[in-house]
Design a protein around this ligand. Sequence first.
Ligand SMILES: NC(=O)c1ccc[n+]([C@@H]2O[C@H](COP(=O)([O-])OP(=O)(O)OC[C@H]3O[C@@H](n4cnc5c(N)ncnc54)[C@H](O)[C@@H]3O)[C@@H](O)[C@H]2O)c1
Length: 298
Amino acid sequence: MSAERIAVIGAGTMGAGIAGVAVSAGFEVTLYSRSVTTLDRAHAELANRVGDDADRVVRTTDLAAALDEATLVSENVLEDLALKRDMFAAFERHAPQDAVLTTNTSSVPITAIAEGLDCPGRVVGLHWFNPPTVMPLVEIVRGERTDDTTVERVRAVCAMIGREVIEVHRDVPGFVVNRLQYAMLREAIALVEAGVASMSDVDRAVATTLAPRWSASGPLELMDLAGLDTVEKVAGILMPDLSTQQDVPMLVIERVAAGALGTKAGRGFYEWTPERIAAAVAARDETVRLITERRIAG
Ligand SMILES: NC(=O)c1ccc[n+]([C@@H]2O[C@H](COP(=O)([O-])OP(=O)(O)OC[C@H]3O[C@@H](n4cnc5c(N)ncnc54)[C@H](O)[C@@H]3O)[C@@H](O)[C@H]2O)c1
């Protein structure tokens, strides 16, 4: 059993999953939320994902108690800078002085979250992917004032929980994975908006060509495999034609305004029944599991 004691703050989609990963790794885990209802929902989700281990997660609505003996804090509250700053101020007040303070923000700069704290050196981005129980990699994001020892501590914890790490050296919005993802999402939406292909054909094209290839090699290795002279020629023709749109796409704005938020609302780009949602989640998780197992084996 490890001596790590993890305080997971925020028990929504990500908090519940991260608590599950940490407890399965043998850590002591405390999960904090403002409401018992959210904690109960998180427990049910955890039981679904990690079975009996879910019962070892201590649930609390008392923030100070959650932080009291933590060696590492994982912040997973709403994506809002003011809220995250308040949370980190509370972490400094209540967590032990040598606890590492991590944020799972997807887009807020780590440096901004750490601003005004007495010890910004122990604040670091530890960015997980959904669902954390399945996704094999995390991004460690350095703020401008993050200490090297903090990065090393977080690396060691990631090794203990069996997560691959990439280190993001500069605190740019979206870090590495979301920047890559949104470059692709922008072009996917632009293709649909321009009537080049249907939504389902764009999705199928990615799922059956780019995604399987990218699961074996990243884009830079793939360029080497394609031949950089070819890449140079194609880039010369394509780069000027790709979407450079800076605004949020209308296709997204219109759906959000109409309440079509995706699976959680039963409709988004597609119509979703509970059965279809369950099948899509199962297919996603199973595919990630298979690819991860193959990477570990090979
Ligand atoms: N969902 C994803 O795919 C994903 C992936 C990586 C990172 N993240 C990041 O993780 C964080 C959490 O996202 P999520 O998807 O779990 O969101 P979520 O909405 O499921 O959970 C957020 C939690 O924050 C709580 N919260 C809101 N206001 C609060 C307050 N004032 N005090 C205390 N708690 C409060 C909510 O009750 C909720 O339980 C965000 O920063 C998000 O950007 C999300």
